[in-house]
Ligand binder design. Structure first.
Ligand code: SAM
Length: 294
């Protein structure tokens, strides 16, 4: 079976000759090639949000190749250097990633990567957890089924665009009982009883039907056949798109695969640039853009 590595020389030879690519050449486009080469030719401060799920360390060798866990950071850093350059100062970079198990223990390449990204100039602002609601039951000798992935948030600056109102969630049932009979403490700001140092005023939430969400996203994995083995659900990039961008903003997914981030961008009336090194995924993305955005 032909692997992504077999196709690489041919794809890598697709070159854009000019030193810089114009905005109209990358707006709402799916470009085939190494994101490193394409982004080198993209002007700085172009994108409002980068949201992506990179190839996982060695785990999917047969479909689009993998990078050995020990080499992962070394492979990633030249690419993240370009991400840093092309992201606007007010922008955000969301990296969906999870360390794999090697020889019976979790490899630490994600931890090493976070440390190196900080040295590269990124601020590690937050970590969201994607809880995969629908993982299959299973039995492993020394661990339970893996049901979550990291969505690491990096920024160039402490002040970045964030539209928190856009991702508010329904208050939920706890409010009915908790807010019905407020005690004296609920009416004033109190310090947490567990000594965490955080204060709260419960009565602030009376009469509200929506609250800010937590940093855990409860989303099912993608089950439909998208001709790609590692598709994330549209709701995942879409949630970050709503939180960090507004209509007309520009989103980059440098490891675009079946184009999930493009589908989410179009649904939210944002512009996008998708890049992937495997030519076949572009066709799948084009199909999805027609079928899933109307
Ligand atoms: C985890 S998948 C992304 C899947 C995508 N989020 C989706 O929902 O379809 C990672 C993708 O990175 C691509 N890839 C690997 N190396 C690349 C490179 N150097 N430049 C661009 N894309 C690359 C692979 O072909 C693969 O499609």
């Amino acid at each position: 079976m032909e692997t992504y590595k077999d196709r690489m020389p041919r794809l890598a030879s697709i070159q854009i000759e000019k030193p810089f690519i114009e905005l109209e050449e990358i707006t709402n486009k799916y470009l085939v090639g190494d994101c490193l080469e394409i982004l080198k030719k993209t002007k700085k401060d172009t994108f409002d949000l980068i949201v992506t799920s990179p190839p996982y360390a060695d785990s999917r060798k047969d479909s689009y190749g993998g990078i050995h866990p020990d080499k992962y950071v070394e492979w990633f850093l030249p690419r993240s250097k370009e991400f840093l350059r092309v992201l606007k100062p007010t922008g955000t970079f969301i990296l969906n990633i999870k360390e794999k198990v090697v020889n019976g223990e979790r490899h630490i390449y994600v931890i090493d990567l976070i440390k190196e990204l900080k040295k590269q100039g990124w601020l590690w602002t937050e970590e969201y957890m994607w809880h995969k609601k629908n993982t299959h039951p299973g039995k492993w000798p020394n661990r339970f089924r893996d049901s979550w992935e990291r969505c690491l948030q990096f920024n160039k600056n402490k002040k970045f665009n964030m539209y928190q109102e856009e991702v508010k969630v329904p208050m939920g049932d706890w409010a009915k009982s908790r807010l019905k009979n407020l005690n004296d403490n609920d009416k004033k700001r109190i310090t947490s009883a567990v000594g965490s140092g955080f204060g709260k005023r419960v009565s602030n939430w009376v009469g509200k039907d929506k609250v800010y969400p937590t940093n855990v996203l409860h989303l099912a994995t993608e089950c439909g056949n998208k001709s790609h083995s590692a598709v994330f659900p549209v709701d995942l990039p879409e949630w970050f798109i709503k939180l960090f961008t507004k209509e007309g903003d520009f989103i980059l997914d440098p490891f675009a695969g079946s184009g999930t981030t493009a589908v989410a961008s179009l649904r939210q009336k944002r512009n996008y640039l998708m890049i992937d090194i495997v030519e076949n995924y572009k066709k799948e993305a084009e199909k999805r853009l027609i079928n899933e955005t109307n």
